[in-house]
Design a protein around this ligand. Sequence first.
Ligand SMILES: *Cc1c(COP(=O)(O)O)cnc(C)c1O
Length: 403
Amino acid sequence: MRDSRYFIDLEQQFGAFNYKPLDVVLHRGQGIWVWDVEGHRYLDCLAAYSAVNQGHCHPKILKTLIDQAQTLCLTSRAFRNDQLGPFYQEVCALTRSHRVLPMNSGAEAVETVIKSVRKWGYEVKGIPRDRAEVIVCAGNFHGRTLAIVGFSTDPKSRAGFGPFAPGFTVIPFGDAAALERAITPHTVAFLVEPIQGEAGVIIPPRGYLQEVRRICTAHNVVLILDEIQTGLGRTGRLLAEEHEGIEADITLVGKALSGGFYPVSAVLSTSEVLGVLRPGEHGSTFGGNPLACAVARTALRVLVEEGMIENSEKMGEFFLAGLRAIRSPLIKEVRGRGLMIGLELQPEAGGARRFCQALKERGILCKDTHEHTIRFSPPLVIQRPDIEWALDRILPVFASAGP
Ligand SMILES: *Cc1c(COP(=O)(O)O)cnc(C)c1O
């Protein structure tokens, strides 16, 4: 059997350098566990940035994938298929949406919604041509396409990639008054993550989303929640908007929509916005294909049927309490909702990456985000003994002077 070094060298020789992964070469996964090519077992505390909420290689989703792959994979939207309609119906029933537009990656869903709200702005709201504005938040992460990185505030995401598309206004996250001030007659939408994931699990003040909802309604501005990471059980609710009892006009989902088997994303609309698109104006060869729809249907079904959302809430509280109980001068704050947890280190702790390295040596895979924060977001099927096992290994990493 080839060892890790062999595979790492191949990546170094032939790949682009747009990632700097930990040097662990994974070969197999099951539930919350993954194994590397040397056979070491790890607890996956990233879950592919929340794409694997249902756990690795979930048997029911796997069966659907195989069955559907043996039946029909791709038709393009030039023809209809018998998985698309049922997928629409089920995702609408679950999320109380009225209309769906399926895509593949999360970034594509974001691009789709920006195109749609701009067109809605011109056709319905009556904004003069090419003047539509979308408001976004500092610290946002919505993907990697040109339009999206153009309104990022992360220098690494932007530098060297301009010129960028106009029409975006950036306001601070968690500040509803700033939203009200930023709205102009040309504002079509406010695009925001209910909890900022990539920024380091930043939870806005309580009541923020309710205020945002009120302001958007008052000004006829479309509220778009990017729930690509927070959605589908991650925060202990199906959608994070439920924590504040609000409903977005448009919700974006992706990642766990396929349980990690396949790229599937969707724009879910409770408003008239998607109605402005007409044949030929938008699309994707793979969007809405039968394999994607079948996989997504089962991924949603197991999430609900197997109680993963409730488990996320319970296990999240337990994990959060366990991490908060760690007494360490290195830790600045532990915050989270459900199984979306961030542990922020003191600036003098020397950065999160070496802690992730040390956790890896102890059998736990985590990812640092924005220098000083470690994210703990295991698959939602994790159980109490697994978390106790993890805490026993996490504690020594922070207990002393660090790794
Ligand atoms: C991951 C993510 C995206 C982008 O999804 P991709 O599938 O990587 O394009 C967009 N928004 C949020 C909040 C995300 O976490």
